[in-house]
Ligand binder design. Sequence first.
Ligand code: OSB
Ligand code: MG
Length: 370
Amino acid sequence: MFIEKVTMRQMKMILKSPFQTSFGTQLEREFILTEVQADGLTGYGECVVSKDPLYNEETVGTAWHILEQFLIPMVLEQAEFSHPDEAGQLFSPIRRNNMAKSAIEGAIWDLYAKQQNLPLAKALGGTKDKIEVGISIGIEEDINQLFRNVENYIEQGYRRFKFKIKPGKDVEIIRALRSRFGDIPMMADANSAYTLNDMDTLKELDYFNLMMIEQPLAHDDIIDHAKLQKQLKTPVCLDESIHSCEDARKAIELGSTRIINIKIGRVGGLSEAKRIHDLCREKGVPVWCGGMLESGIGRAHNIAMTSLPNFILPGDTAASSRYWYEDVISPEVTVNKDGTIDIPLSPGIGYQPKPELLDKYTVKQREFVR
Ligand code: OSB
Ligand code: MG
C-alpha cells in the first residue's frame, strides 16, 4: 500500500454513566481517532489514551504531539508498506508512547485487511466466528446501585463480571456480591491500589473463588506480584505492568502472572498484541482482551483481536450501549443473549464509521498529506 494521507481527530464523548476506578472517576472520554488513506481505501484507528495520565503516562496531549511531530511524518516519509508489521518496526526507535503508536498501526491493519478483502479478524489469523464477553463494573458509593447494575448486566447475558476495587471497597463488597449473586463468574481489578503491606486483605479475597485478581500491585512491578502470587490461590492477572512481549515473557518466567490482559493500545499495536498472544499460548497462559472505554472503532479492533484462539477468557469488550448514547459506528456493537458478539464478516474492522457522528464529537482535527 502507498499511504498518501493521514487524518487525526481529537474526540470528546460523554459516558452514559460515570466510571469509577481506584485511580479516579471518568464522566467523559477524550481520545484520538486516526484515518489512514492509501490506494482509494481508508483504514481507521483509535488512540485509547485518556485526558489525564492516571492509567498510564500518556495523555491526549502527549499522544497528539507524538503523532503529529514523529509518527505521522515517519509514516508519510516511508509511505510504502507491504504489511502492518512494518509500522511497528518503523516506530521501534521511539521509546514507549504505545497508545500513540497503536493508533496509526491499527489504522494500517484495517487498511491492509480491506486491501486483502478480509475481515480484520481473519487477516490477524483469528479462528472464531463469535467471542465471549464480560463486563467491567465501576465502583459505586451505594451498594444497592451496584446490585442493580449487576442485575441489569446479568439480564443482558454477560459471561463474566469484573468489579473494580480499592482499599476500603474490597473484601466486604466482594463478599456482598458473592452472597447476593451466588456462583456467577467474578473477578476483581485493583488498578495498582495495593502493596505487599496489604497482604492480609489480598489473602481474604482468596475466599471468594474469584477467576483472578487483576493488577493488585504497582503499575510498574513484576517482582512483588510474584511474591504475592506465591501466597494466593487466586490467579494474578497483569494489565498495567505488561507493555510488550518481552515484559510478558519476564513476568511469566518470574511467576508474577498466570493470566494476561492484553490491551492493543498499552502494548503499542496489534502486531505486538499478537506476539504476546502467541507467547502466552506456547506457555499455557490464557489471555483476554481488556478495554479502555473505547468508541466503536477501538472496540472493533478489540473484537477482531479476540478471535485469536488463546483469548480463552471473556474480555471487557461490552456492547456500545454500555458506554454511549450513540456510538460512532454502524452497526453498533451488540451482545447476543448468550453473552457473545458475532465477529463481522465484511472487510477490515467490519463496522462503518458514521461521518456525521465523527464530526459531531470532533473537537480538533488535522490532516497530513504526503
Ligand atoms: O483497568 O481495565 C482497566 C477502563 C479504563 C482504564 C483501565 C481499565 C478500564 C476498564 C474498563 O476496566 C474496560 C472497558 O469496559 O472498556
Ligand atoms: Mg485493568
